[in-house]
Structures are given as structure tokens and as C-alpha cells.
Design a protein around this ligand. Structure first.
Ligand code: NAD
Length: 499
């Protein structure tokens, strides 16, 4: 008989001991078994958590840069040493294969490494003698309690896009993870405590709309970093800013890969399969529309179909290439697009429902699916499916492909495949998308650059991590100063030390 684990909030460094009025089940998508019961926070509990984060913030904001960097370095080491454990938690609740789960922790780790340089990142400017005997300098200070609301598809990486930088800048964090796969967030929060972060600076509160609304409207929450679907991102942006908060709300995506006739078609086919079906297409940077500039479409479709025949779909703990979808409802919704694509007139080249799966139990599997002759106006093109469904759209020129991409309401990621440097350069300049790959299908920026899309893929003007992250989690201040007399510090022959 299977057992279910209670999963609850982490408040002031301790697991919450209260009784939840509402709970939500957590499943293993590879078996269909319920493995957990998640406590959902009420608005009153969120208020309690935010108030306690606010009181923890007062002393954390005063911690020296040296102290904050020490905690960051310790956290980085701990995260690196536990990435396999956290990866296993992700696979058990999200379903993605183990290597991919560990891979997302590693991408989050890179943000922690970036944040270790906080003493350098927070250096301000200084202008001596801006006026006679007057100096002017700039500093950046923490904003206070910051909320992070994350989606199911990257339960470790997305929180880690924000949290290390927010903490390094001297803020307190309240994280509200996805209710579908909440355990990785708790494991990461435990590492902060172990790294020496004072209790209360990193809080985890679980919940749904009630908890999110409580964060968006709470006067002590100063900023909101949200990642999720476009309708919720828009709602979060509008509600949060209406309540005086700075908000960065990253939304959904429909990522196009433009393949020009001169491209290396084997490279392009590998890339399309990897980027289309990795993590069962549940990546905001997944390629879901492959735009083939004729006359190469027939050859490219045939190469992709051949590669798809070699993929194993199954339980992510036992070596499959692709795992299940996150919930039964989501699996059925994605499978529904296969019927609507056919009804709309697209050609179903590979049907993911007709596959055997390497798994036991009642997992939420759907194997990779390929559509050809897809056009705007069909739901498989217009909607963000967020599953292992790749659509080939045939166009007759670079200009037609560019127009298609720029007409799409989303603008998260895109890629061009070509051997023509001039064409690639023209594309990177003309395309209206926030992250662009040149012969790279998933152009997720490294941590010291910033991640974010355009149009309906991001509400707000600040992208995640990199220097934009440092700016988002701090407020600027400029000081103009004049000292009429020299000051004397006294004698001290000791060696300077950080404490
Ligand atoms: P989601 O929008 O359903 O949920 C995201 C968060 O919002 C969760 O924490 C959830 O609890 C909360 N939420 C859900 N419904 C809410 C409501 N009515 N009111 C307030 N809060 C609510 O997204 P998801 O299904 O967890 O994640 C997949 C989506 O996230 C996809 O659209 C994907 O493209 C997007 N995503 C975008 C990026 C990016 O960088 N742009 C990255 C990852 C995921």
C-alpha cells in the first residue's frame, strides 16, 4: 500500500505545525500514484509569514557584504553536493528524466555562483569633486520582503533565478512554489538554513490563488517575481503594480525555430527533436513551431521522424529519454490537441498516442508527436500546448518566416539555423523576441546575462538574473556630500579583517 507524505510550509526555519483548512494532492506522474498531501496557506497565514519575513529582514539587510557572500558560497557548495537528491525529488513530482532534473539544478546553481560576487555587483559609482569639495556617489539598497511565485515546470531552476540574488542583495524572500511539485523548493530552503542564513530570511509558503492574492496585496511585500502562464502573469502584473509593488511577471511562450535552406539539416533535425521533446515539451524555451523555408521541408520532416523513432518515453528514473506529463489533466489536454490538429487540416506525421511506454502503473504518458503543414489559425499553432508536440510550418522565404514569428503574440525564445552569417545577423536584429539562438535551439542565457522574453512572454521591464536581477532586488540612492573639516580615525595597526 502506498503512503502519502504531508508537505507543509517552512516558516522561520521550521516546518509549520498548524492544521491546514485546505490541502492539495501531489502525484508521481510516472506511476499515477498520490505521494503527498500539500498544505495550502490561507490569507491569514500568508500575512503571518510576510510579517515574520519583514522582521527578519531588518537585521539581514544590515549584514555585511562579506557575511552575505559567505552564506552564498556555503549555499553554493551545499547545492552542488545535493543536486542529485534534489533532482530525484523533481523527477518524483514533475516526471522529467533524472539527468534533466539534475541539469535544471545545475542551471540554478549558476545563479548562486553569480550571486557569490555580490560585493562586486553592488559597487556603486563615485565622483570626487563633482563640485568644489563636493563628492557624489551612488549606492543600492535592499527593497525588503520579496515574493517569488514559481511554475511547475522548473521547480528548482526558476526559484533559483531569483532567490540567490534577492538574498545576496539583503532582502527576505517568501517563495510560493507550484502546488504540483513543491518538494524541491523545501529542500533548497533547508540548504539556506544549513548555509547559515538567519531563520525567516527564506520562507516557503504553499498555496494557490488565495496565497498568491495575499502576497500581491500585502503592504509589506515590496516586489513580486512571477513565472507562469500568460493569463496569470498578466493578472499578477496588474494586481501587484496596482498595489504599489515592482513586478516582473514572466509568461508563456510559443518558440519558433527558423531553418533556412542552407542549414545543416542533420544538426537542425537533432536540435528540433532535443528542443521539441526534452522535458516532454514542458519548457518555456521548448521549440514548438519549426518554420522550414522551402525546399527543405520534406527532407527535414523525414530526418526528424527517423530520430523520433529512436526515442524512449517512460519513467524518468530508469533511463527513458522523455518522461510523462505533469498531471493526468494536462496529459489529456495535450492529447486533445492531436484531434484538433487533424480536424483543422494539419498532417499528423507521428502520433504520440500510438506508443509503448517504459513504465509501470498509470503514468501520464504521451510520446512525441509531429505535425506537418501547420498554419496560423489552427489551435496547434495558436496555443501554447506545453507538451511533446512539434509543428512544422512551411514557408517560402526568410521574410515569410520572420513575418510569422514577429506576428506571434509571444516573444520568449527563437532560433535560426543557417550557415549564412549575414542571414543570422539580420535575423538577430529583426526578430521581435527576447532570447535568440543562432544554431542553438534553446538559447537560455547564462546567469550573468538576463533571462526574459518580449510581448506576452513578460510583463514588466526587468528580466531575471544577471545585472537586471541585481537592479530589481535593490533600490538606487545617490548621495551628494561635503565635509568641511578632515576627520581623524585614530591609530590602528591591526591587519584589516572582514567580519
Ligand atoms: P501557472 O500559471 O498555472 O502557475 C504558475 C504559478 O501561479 C503557480 O505558483 C500557481 O500556483 C499560481 N497560480 C495558478 N493559478 C493562479 C491563479 N488563478 N491566480 C493566482 N496564481 C495562480 O503555470 P504552470 O502551469 O505552473 O507553468 C507553466 C507555464 O509557465 C507555461 O505557460 C510556461 O510557458 C510558463 N513558464 C514561463 C517561463 C518564462 O520564463 N517565461 C518559465 C517557465 C514557465
Amino acid at each position: 500500500m502506498s503512503t502519502t507524505t504531508r508537505i507543509t510550509h517552512l516558516i522561520d526555519g521550521q516546518s509549520w505545525t498548524g492544521t491546514a483548512e485546505r490541502t492539495s494532492p501531489v502525484f508521481n506522474p510516472a506511476t499515477g500514484e498520490q505521494t503527498g498531501v500539500l498544505d495550502l496557506a490561507s490569507a491569514a497565514l500568508v500575512d503571518e509569514v510576510v510579517k515574520s519575513a519583514a522582521s527578519a529582514w531588518e537585521s539581514w539587510a544590515d549584514a555585511s557584504l562579506a557575511k552575505r557572500a559567505q552564506v552564498l558560497f556555503a549555499f553554493r557548495e551545499l547545492l552542488n553536493s545535493r543536486k542529485d537528491e534534489i533532482g530525484a525529488l523533481i523527477t518524483a513530482e514533475h516526471g522529467k528524466v533524472l539527468s534533466d532534473a539534475v541539469g535544471e539544478v545545475t542551471r540554478g546553481l549558476e545563479v548562486a555562483e553569480f550571486a557569490c560576487g555580490i560585493p562586486h555587483l553592488l559597487k556603486g559609482g563615485f565622483s570626487e569633486n563633482a563640485s568644489t569639495n563636493v563628492d557624489v556617489y551612488s549606492i543600492r539598497q535592499a527593497v525588503g520582503v520579496v515574493a517569488v511565485i514559481s511554475p511547475f515546470n522548473f521547480p528548482a531552476m526558476v526559484p533559483l533565478w531569483f532567490i540567490p540574488i534577492a538574498i545576496a542583495c539583503g532582502n527576505s524572500v517568501v517563495l510560493k512554489p507550484s502546488e504540483k511539485d513543491p518538494s524541491a523548493a523545501l529542500a533548497i530552503a533547508a540548504l539556506w538554513k544549513e548555509a547559515g542564513l538567519p531563520d525567516g530570511v527564506m520562507q516557503v509558503v504553499h498555496g494557490d490563488k488565495e496565497a498568491v492574492d495575499a502576497l500581491l496585496t500585502h503592504p509589506d511585500v515590496k516586489s513580486v517575481s512571477f513565472v507562469g502562464s500568460t493569463p496569470i502573469a498578466k493578472y499578477v502584473y496588474e494586481t501587484g503594480t496596482a498595489h504599489g509593488k515592482r513586478v516582473q511577471a514572466l509568461g508563456g511562450a510559443k518558440n519558433h525555430m527558423l531553418v533556412l535552406p542552407d542549414a545543416d539539416l542533420d544538426l537542425a533535425a537533432d536540435a528540433a527533436v532535443n528542443a521539441g521533446f526534452g522535458s516532454a515539451g514542458e519548457r518555456c524555451m521548448a521549440i514548438s513551431a519549426l518554420v522550414a523555408v522551402e525546399p527543405i521541408a520534406d527532407e527535414l520532416v523525414s530526418k526528424i521522424r527517423d530520430r523520433m523513432g529512436k526515442l524512449v518515453t517512460g519513467d524518468g528514473t530508469r533511463g527513458a529519454d522523455m518522461g510523462p506529463l505533469v498531471t493526468k489533466q494536462h496529459r489529456d489536454k495535450v492529447a486533445g490537441y492531436l484531434d484538433s490538429g487533424v480536424a483543422d487540416g494539419a498532417t499528423l506525421v507521428v502520433d504520440g498516442r500510438e506508443s509503448d511506454f517504459d513504465a509501470d502503473g498509470d503514468g501520464y504518458f504521451l510520446a512525441p508527436t509531429l505535425f506537418d503543414n501547420v498554419k496560423p489559425g489552427m489551435s496547434v499553432y495558436d496555443d501554447e500546448i506545453f507538451g511533446p508536440v512539434l509543428s512544422v510550418v512551411r514557408v517560402h522565404s526568410y521574410d515569410d518566416g520572420l513575418k510569422l514569428i514577429n506576428s506571434n503574440p509571444y516573444g520568449n525564445g527563437t532560433a535560426i539555423f543557417t550557415n549564412d552569417g549575414g542571414a543570422a545577423r539580420k535575423f538577430q536584429r529583426q526578430v521581435e523576441v527576447g532570447m535568440v539562438g543562432v544554431n542553438v535551439p534553446i538559447p537560455v542565457p547564462v546567469s550573468y546575462y538576463s533571462f526574459g522574453g518580449w510581448k506576452n512572454s513578460l510583463f514588466g521591464d526587468t528580466h531575471a538574473h544577471g545585472m537586471e536581477g541585481v537592479h530589481f532586488f535593490t533600490r538606487g540612492k545617490v548621495v551628494t556630500s561635503r565635509w568641511l573639516d578632515p576627520s581623524h580615525g585614530g591609530l590602528n595597526l591591526g591587519f584589516p579583517q572582514n567580519d
